[in-house]
Design a protein around this ligand. Structure first.
Ligand code: ATP
Ligand code: MG
Length: 137
C-alpha cells in the first residue's frame, strides 16, 4: 500500500464539491487518512509549485491557489499515486476521460479542481510538507 498527497483546489471548495470529490476517492478504494482545510499563504503556494517557477503560468497559478480555501489530504491505498492520477484525469479537463474528477468538475486547465502527487518520491515530500506523521491515521 502507498500514500499520495491530494489537494482539493479553490475552484472546487468554492462550489461546495469537497464531499463529491471525496466520494470518488473512497468509491475507488482510496482511504482519506489525513485531511485539513486551510488557506495557503503565497509563500506556501510558491514553494509547493516551485518546480513550475519558470513556467509562464506560475504567477497566475499561485494567485489561483491562494484565492480561497483548499483541502489538503493524504490518500492511502494500493498504487495510490497512479490510482489517484487516474481518478483525477488529465490536467486539461478538455482531455480528461469521462467519469474522472476533472472531466466532471474542472472549470479550466488552471482551475482543475484537484492536485495529486506525480510519483511516490514526490508524494513523500509533499506529504511531509503539510502533515506530521502523528496526523496521518
Ligand atoms: P497538479 O500538479 O496540480 O496535480 P498536474 O500534475 O496534472 O496537476 P502540472 O503540469 O503539474 O499538472 O501543472 C500543475 C498545475 O498548474 C495544473 O494542475 C494546473 O492547475 C496548472 N497549469 C498547468 N498547465 C497550465 C497552463 N497551460 N495554463 C494554466 N495553468 C496550468
Ligand atoms: Mg503536477
Amino acid at each position: 500500500t502507498e500514500r499520495t498527497l491530494s489537494i482539493i483546489k479553490p475552484d472546487a471548495t468554492r462550489r461546495n464539491l469537497t464531499g463529491k470529490i471525496n466520494a470518488r476517492f473512497e468509491e475507488n478504494g482510496l482511504r482519506i487518512v489525513a485531511q485539513k482545510r486551510v488557506r495557503l499563504t503565497k509563500e506556501q503556494a510558491e514553494a509547493f509549485y516551485g518546480v513550475h517557477r519558470e513556467r509562464s503560468f506560475f504567477g497566475e497559478l499561485v494567485a489561483f491557489m491562494i484565492s480561497g480555501p483548499v483541502v489538503v489530504q493524504v490518500l492511502e491505498g494500493e498504487n495510490a499515486v497512479l490510482k489517484n492520477r487516474d481518478i483525477m484525469g488529465a490536467t486539461n479537463p478538455a482531455n480528461a476521460a469521462a467519469g474522472t474528477i476533472r472531466a466532471d468538475f474542472a472549470e479550466s486547465v488552471e482551475a482543475n479542481s484537484v492536485h495529486g502527487s506525480d510519483s511516490a518520491e514526490n508524494a513523500a515530500i509533499e506529504i511531509a510538507y503539510f502533515f506530521a506523521q502523528s496526523e496521518i491515521v
